[in-house]
Design a protein around this ligand. Structure first.
Ligand SMILES: Cc1cc2nc3c(=O)[nH]c(=O)nc-3n(C[C@H](O)[C@H](O)[C@H](O)COP(=O)(O)OP(=O)(O)OC[C@H]3O[C@@H](n4cnc5c(N)ncnc54)[C@H](O)[C@@H]3O)c2cc1C
Length: 392
């Protein structure tokens, strides 16, 4: 640990959200410590970073390092693959329609985290504490963070980015609002015979979406939302059988599949913190909200939390104010609450409309997609909202 033990902000957790947040703060002139937590293992998943996130990472000075490994998502196609009575038309969204070169970029989680970590290690204004948070005590002028290596630091503001089992959130006694889903996201990466042409395709099925997201080369990542028994079956299939099965699920759109290393199963969860702030504490990213992996919202939302907190803390410090006092924290809660609740509600609605056997619900979903297909201004508004254009 370095000499210094007192900071404007201590960020807890060095996942992608915490790393980006700490870099944004440090580069904005806020004295910042990052409590990294334990070293992480290999993560075979990928993350679709939408345009708003790309702009946030560029603003924090780290997009260039990430871009080198990312694949553009120029077009997005939604296919109703349900066998229901009411089926929606195929809808195609083109980023050029809203004057963007791409809706976003898909990048391997490990490439994203390693690029952010390298930038954090090289940032002289950021103090990395390679240990974990054990406990938190909030005083009048600062919070004291007790660390598992026996050390302690003080910060005027503690930013929780320590993930879904957040120790910071627990120490503050903030409860989560939870929704249960009977589904699991099965993930894998494939090589395919035909090019994806930078198009992400989402098949809507009765068990949830099946999504193909482009990676560099003739490769795509797959997120396939299924029931838990089906997920166990897919996890146990030999590579060749799994490749055939996944190829069939997308009607051989990209030709023959070959599996790459790594597959995973993630139970769908939807949780939102009842409060985003407590005295001297702000919750961000998965410490504040866990989204089902539908519509690529989770980390994109987390990066918007980071951008909002950076703006508020940088402004407070530049004016000689305390970034952990009540007013900036209230501003953060107000800035982020509506976006988080709205995205959670939209993902929940889409997921439930797929699971529903109720004809009017299926009709509503079909009609909604019909409108998106036909009504230009609505399409463009939804596309802009989808990439986070207003929030970033
Ligand atoms: C299958 C799947 C696909 C997804 N696809 C997308 C997508 O395409 N687009 C998208 O935007 N989102 C996606 N998501 C969501 C995205 O993966 C998460 O939102 C994101 O990884 C959360 O990042 P985070 O930094 O908040 O948390 P984490 O990555 O969990 O990081 C938390 C960090 O905190 C550390 N930590 C924990 N406890 C402590 C402690 N006591 N002290 C210090 N450190 C601690 C941990 O070690 C960890 O490094 C997907 C999720 C799933 C499951």
């Amino acid at each position: 640990m370095g000499e210094r033990t007192s900071f404007d902000v201590a960020v807890v957790g060095a996942g992608p959200a915490g790393l980006a947040l700490a870099l944004g703060l440090a580069r904005g002139g806020v004295s910042t410590a990052l409590v990294t937590g334990p070293e992480r293992g290999v993560d075979h998943r990928t993350t679709a970073l939408l345009d708003g996130s790309v702009r946030i990472l560029a603003q924090f000075g780290v997009w260039e390092a990430v871009a080198a490994k990312a694949a553009p998502l120029r077009d997005l196609r939604i296919v109703d693959a349900t066998r229901r009575l009411v089926r929606a038309p195929e809808v195609n969204f083109r980023s050029a329609e809203i004057d963007l070169p791409a809706f976003g970029y898909n990048v391997a989680n490990d490439d994203l985290r390693l690029a952010l970590r390298a930038a954090a290690e090289a940032e002289p204004a950021l103090t990395l504490l390679r240990t974990s948070l054990a406990d938190l005590a909030v005083g009048d002028a600062a919070a004291q963070l007790s660390l598992t290596d026996g050390g302690a630091v003080c910060a005027r503001l503690v930013a929780a980015a320590d993930g879904r089992a957040s120790r910071v959130r627990e120490a503050c006694g903030i409860a989560m609002r939870k929704r249960d889903y009977p589904q699991v996201a099965f993930t894998a990466t494939v090589r395919h015979a035909r090019p994806h042409e930078d198009t992400s395709t989402e098949f809507h099925t009765e068990s949830g979406p099946f999504t193909l997201v482009p990676l560099p080369g003739n490769r795509s990542s797959i997120v396939c939302v299924v029931g838990d028994r089906e997920a166990v079956r897919l996890m146990g299939l030999p590579d060749a059988a799994l490749a055939r099965e996944l190829e069939a699920r997308c009607f051989s759109l990209l030709g023959a599949f070959e599996m790459e290393e790594g597959r995973g199963a993630f139970p769908l969860a939807a949780e939102t913190a009842r409060r985003l702030v407590a005295p001297r504490v702000a919750l961000t990213a998965e410490a504040a909200h866990i989204m089902p992996p539908i519509g690529a919202q989770g980390l994109n939302l987390g990066l918007r939390d980071a951008a909002a907190l950076v703006e508020i803390a940088v402004e407070a410090v530049a004016r000689g104010r305390d970034p952990g006092e009540e007013a900036p924290l209230a501003r953060f809660e107000a800035a982020r609450r509506r976006d988080i609740d709205a995205r959670m509600a939209a993902v929940d609605l889409l997921n439930r409309s797929l699971l529903s056997e109720f004809l009017p619900v299926q009709s509503m979903r079909g009609f909604g997609l019909y409108l998106l297909d036909r009504v230009g201004p609505l399409r463009r508004a939804v596309m802009r909202l989808g990439v986070g254009a207003r929030a970033a």
